[in-house]
Design a protein around this ligand. Structure first.
Ligand SMILES: Nc1nc2c(ncn2[C@@H]2O[C@H](COP(=O)(O)OP(=O)(O)O)[C@@H](O)[C@H]2O)c(=O)[nH]1
Ligand SMILES: [Mg+2]
Length: 204
């Protein structure tokens, strides 16, 4: 790929703002890229892998507690925003409504949001909630890119098979899906290249 992420050097990465349900969203002028998906899908691991930081974002075995939007400022050039995870089996109805309110407030309120990356666990077909949420993102004007996580857990063959299953279920193009592994860092360059393209368009 011509526009390789190879020359995308991470010079700085900080968790700058943690916005809770009642906090005001930060007011700044840098582009934002949102990461979203169900709890435990690998969002925090993705943040760490993209930014080459071992534990900037907290990775946990215990899914489903965070109800905040975390703003990671990168290279003083853009933000990665980590949205609260959805659809964990234990979450009660009111937590789910709280989640939706939080997400909606961010997606509708952010003036700087450029693109949304929806994470899907590559080992399984998308859940009903994944599909519903994906349609919701499209309706809001953010047709997501899909990051298919935990690719390292599948063989090449299985990966190809799962990509086809997921593409069909989400009714999307192969070009919008990026298989990814935070273990091998496969897919990292591709994601950074995409972000870079947006940043270049911005500065034109
Ligand atoms: N093998 C493998 N495990 C992963 C990958 N990404 C995340 N995990 C594991 O999945 C669990 C949840 O990850 P986390 O990043 O905290 O998910 P989050 O809840 O979406 O932020 C942790 O045990 C991670 O180590 C991956 O690409 N490969
Ligand atoms: Mg997390």
């Amino acid at each position: 790929m011509e526009n390789s992420g190879n020359n995308f050097i991470i010079r700085s990465a900080v968790l700058e703002t943690v916005a809770g349900i009642t906090s005001r969203l930060p007011d700044h002028s840098l582009p934002e890229f949102a990461l979203t998906g169900r709890s435990n899908v690998g969002k925090s691991s993705l943040v760490n892998a993209l930014l080459l930081r071992r534990s900037l974002a907290r990775v946990s075995q215990e899914p489903g507690k965070t109800r905040t939007v975390n703003f990671y400022r990168v290279n003083d050039a853009f933000y990665l925003t980590d949205l609260p995870g959805y659809g964990y089996a234990k979450s009660a109805k009111d937590t789910r409504e709280q989640w939706l309110r939080m997400i909606e407030r961010y997606l509708k309120g952010s003036k700087q949001l450029k693109a949304v990356f929806q994470l899907i666990d590559m080992r399984h077909p998308p859940t009903a909630l994944d599909i519903e949420y994906s349609a919701y993102l499209r309706d809001l004007g953010f047709p997501p890119y899909y990051i298919l996580t935990k690719a390292d857990k599948l063989s090449r063959n299985e990966q190809a098979k799962q990509q086809a299953v997921i593409r069909k279920a989400l009714d999307t193009d192969a070009g919008r899906m990026i298989p990814f592994s935070s273990v091998t860092k496969a897919g990292r360059e591709e994601i950074l290249s995409l972000i870079k393209k947006y940043l270049e368009t911005e500065s034109e």
